[in-house]
Write a protein that binds this ligand. Structure first.
Ligand code: PEP
Ligand code: MG
Length: 567
């Protein structure tokens, strides 16, 4: 491909944002594996020294990240450190060295065997761990052969293209020069995508492999919202992107300036705007951007990549730190572990399932592991002494299951001698929405998990590379389930909010207001924009609009109705 050919390469959105820059291909320098070797004892010692050096490097990386309260990134390097003691890896090395191989040869063999095994797994999350294994592998190999990891410096405005980025490469990217990246591998659930979002670097995964042949220096526009890379944009396109960026920045600055004011409709109806978080750092960001509390703490994100379940004390520390940071006047809804489905937690050892989204996930996985549930509930109850904490159970499907979960919480609370903790259900299964009237007499609050509610209502995998774009939460069938839940909640005087992606969709917001939802819980960066959107609508208009939307024939029709009302 020549530098001069305009072309659009398509991938999967991994982290949002639009940037203009120049392509730089990231190629890993090959590390030479020496042919000669010493006695097995000397090679064993060489390997041990290299493992120790890697351990020291990884600990200092974790300490640096812990200082910035970046738990997700620190956890990735803690997992890398754990890999250094992996019995399978070490056993393969020991055998290879006993047979006369060098430390470098033995380590390389062990790493490649394990990485290939992981890469061939059907489970997307486990397959993504192959890149963690290779990342650790290169670190140790460099220590064995005595080369330093090449410090890479890029010109400002670099859009990196790589077969795959390792987590340490991603975490180490210099935001002042690298404006975005795309990888041929990976997906929206890979570590690299999670890191890119936490670093606020626009990224595209699973890009057309032709991107790997694009020459360095090729001008490009990377669109992390759409998941595309546009090569050699025309001057007109560049001008239009620059104009869009400037307009977007002006709008965001204006929204941020009033983000700390409450969100009320034109006719004075208040809507609580709170944040969805996965770490203490996210909670800080929610507060900085005007969030009035936390409507969803995804606890599974605190414990990714661990081989051991987190202890009660460790969980209590994390939840308490977040509750204390929010303070007594701001709610913190802690969702119990929602593992399974697309979110594998290695320490749960979940069975391989044909249909993981319909399998042992959310509350089902935890009810089957009472010790784990107990530890988490105790940790939450302990944290509740330090803030306005509430508990929410994910994937609740029926009343019997809800009662078992609620009783488990009550048992731990009584044992700890703590005051009551409000407890609610995350409505993400159509059966629960349809039964909301029955739930309403027992729950303290409802939160609508519309990401899953839409996936289950429309029977379409929300992560499917080809079908996911058809999961539209504005489908009238989904709206009807939201309406049923809100009606039941309000009829019984119970709080109801929305924490799925729908809460941040500007076209969904008037419909949710019109239905009578009390709160919207969204990712921190979306908070100022959501508040601005609420302020543009009148409750009475939103109520009329939603009546019409509920009888529309498709999501497209609903979107057209909203667009017409917004014109
Ligand atoms: C949802 O399903 O809408 C939700 C909030 O949960 P998650 O996206 O974590 O599955
Ligand atoms: Mg969900």
């Amino acid at each position: 491909m020549s530098t001069g050919v305009a072309r659009t390469l398509v991938g999967v959105p991994a982290a949002p944002g639009l940037v203009v820059g120049a392509i730089v291909q990231l190629r890993h320098d090959p590390i030479e594996i020496p042919e000669d070797h010493d006695s097995p004892n000397a090679e064993r010692l060489r390997l041990e020294c290299a493992l120790e050096q890697a351990r020291t490097e990884l600990r200092s990386l974790q300490e640096r990240l812990a200082q910035t309260a970046d738990a997700t990134r620190a956890a990735i390097f803690a997992a890398h450190e754990a890999l250094l003691g992996d019995p399978d890896l070490l056993a393969t090395c020991a055998t290879a060295i006993d047979r006369g191989g060098s430390a470098a040869f033995a380590w390389h063999l062990a790493i490649e065997t394990q990485a290939k095994r992981l890469a061939n797994l059907d489970d997307k999350l486990l397959a993504a761990r192959a890149s963690d294994v290779r990342d650790v592998g290169r670190r140790v190999l460099r220590a064995i052969v005595g080369t330093k990891g090449a410090e890479r410096h890029y010109a400002p405005g670099t859009i990196l293209v790589a077969e795959d980025l390792t987590p340490s490469e991603t975490a180490g990217l210099d935001r002042s020069t690298v404006v975005g990246f795309c990888t041929a591998g990976g997906g929206a659930t890979s570590h690299v995508a999670i890191l890119a979002r936490s670093l606020d670097i626009p990224a595209v995964a699973a890009i057309d492999p032709a991107a790997l042949d694009v020459p360095d220096g090729t001008p490009a526009v990377l669109d992390g919202n759409e998941g595309v890379l546009r090569l050699v944009p025309s001057p007109e396109e560049l001008a239009s992107v620059a104009e869009r960026l400037a307009r977007g920045e002006r709008r965001r600055a204006a929204e941020r300036a009033v983000a700390h004011q409450p969100a009320s409709t034109v006719d004075g109806h208040s809507i609580a705007v709170v944040g969805n978080i996965g770490s203490l750092a996210d909670a800080e960001q929610v507060l900085a951007l005007g969030g009035e509390g936390v409507g969803l703490l995804r606890t599974e994100f605190l414990f990714l990549d661990r081989d051991q379940a987190p202890s009660e004390d460790e969980q209590a520390d994390v939840y308490t730190a977040i509750a204390a940071r929010l303070g007594p006047g701001r709610p913190l809804i802690i969702r119990t572990l929602d593992a399974g489905g697309d979110k594998a937690l290695p320490f749960l050892h979940l069975p391989k399932e044909h249909n993981p989204s319909l399998g042992e996930r959310g509350i089902r996985a935890q009810l089957a592991r009472p010790t784990l549930l107990r530890a988490q509930l105790r940790a939450i109850v302990r944290a509740a002494r330090h803030g306005q904490v509430m508990v929410m159970f994910p994937m609740i499907t029926g009343l019997a299951q809800w009662r078992v979960a609620r009783q488990a919480l009550e048992r731990e609370r009584l044992q700890l001698g703590s005051p009551p903790v409000p407890v609610g259900v995350l409505v993400e299964v159509p059966a629960t929405a349809l039964n909301a009237e029955r739930f309403a007499t027992e729950v303290d609050f409802f939160s609508l998990g519309t990401n899953d509610l839409a996936q289950y209502t429309l029977a379409t995998d929300r992560d499917h590379p080809q079908l996911a774009s058809q999961v539209d939460e504005l489908d009238p069938a989904v709206l009807q389930l939201v309406a049923t839940t809100v009606k039941a909640a309000r009829g019984h005087g119970k709080w109801v909010s929305v924490c799925g992606g729908m809460a941040a969709d500007p076209q969904a917001i008037p419909l949710l207001i019109g239905l009578g939802v009390g709160g919207l819980s969204v990712s921190a960066p979306a908070i100022p924009g959501v508040k601005a959107c609420v302020r543009r609508w009148r409750l009475t208009d939103a109520e009329v609009l939603v009546t019409r939307a509920l009888t529309a024939g498709s999501a497209e029709e609903v979107r057209a109705l909203v667009a017409a009302a917004d014109a």
